[in-house]
Design a protein around this ligand. Sequence first.
Ligand code: SAM
Length: 264
Amino acid sequence: MDGFASLKMFIEHTLTIRCSNYKEDYIKRRLLSRMRSTNSASYEDYLAYLKANPPELENLRNALTINVTEFFRDADVYDSIKKEILPALFKERKRLRIWCAGCSTGEEPYSLAMMLAELMAHDPGISAQIFATDIDKVVLAKAQEGIYTSKAMVKLSEKQIHRHFTRLPEGNYKVKPTLQELIRFRPHDLMSGVPVSRWLDLIICRNVTIYFNEKQKDALVKMFHEALVSGGFYIMGKTEYLGRQVEDLFVAHNSLQKIYSKKN
Ligand SMILES: C[S@@+](CC[C@H](N)C(=O)[O-])C[C@H]1O[C@@H](n2cnc3c(N)ncnc32)[C@H](O)[C@@H]1O
């Protein structure tokens, strides 16, 4: 069996992703991008790297299923956002500006909006605006439409579903306008700068930078740093990390959950 076939078998078995569902060219392109990022010279090298570095499995999964997302992805991170980050930010100002960069089909900004709506219900004096962007207009259109299958709703409580969604006749769920009003969706390439005026309180850019090289990642982190207010937060995906060139720009609030605050 050649290196590519062994790697495919490993992916099918370990990640339970059916490679045959994708064009071979596509799989090869995605694999090559991960191989470049991990300095693997061949399929065999990359397979050995994967076996020796389990966190890379998640990077590969994301690379193969580019737009994958879910409501409250990494529950512990959302728990910290709700219990620590949002209350800390609301202490500083009554109206928050949040940027959700690389929002895919919208589950991430809607999860944030649900938490904000719950906090706002307890304190009518506070409010927030979420700017949600993605380079992919197809996923963004889905996000804007806000219709999800019942399978996509598994992480939501009955209460959240009842409060924020309307059940459609065919069994799907549509986000209520009260939640949608908190979010502005807009197509945007992260490589082209900040899409809104600065002074952001929170930037969530999770599981996006794994497609970027080190130079691009560092430039992005510098851009986020400049766009945040002093003491603002930047949250990245759990398998992402701050490069050496930029790690001094932030202080870890929770390094496992990859929650950082801007150093002044
Ligand atoms: C794996 S999804 C992550 C979705 C969500 N942030 C999450 O963690 O669940 C990555 C998203 O990043 C978007 N993306 C990739 N490159 C981008 C770029 N240069 N600018 C903006 N979005 C980008 C993709 O279109 C995709 O929707």
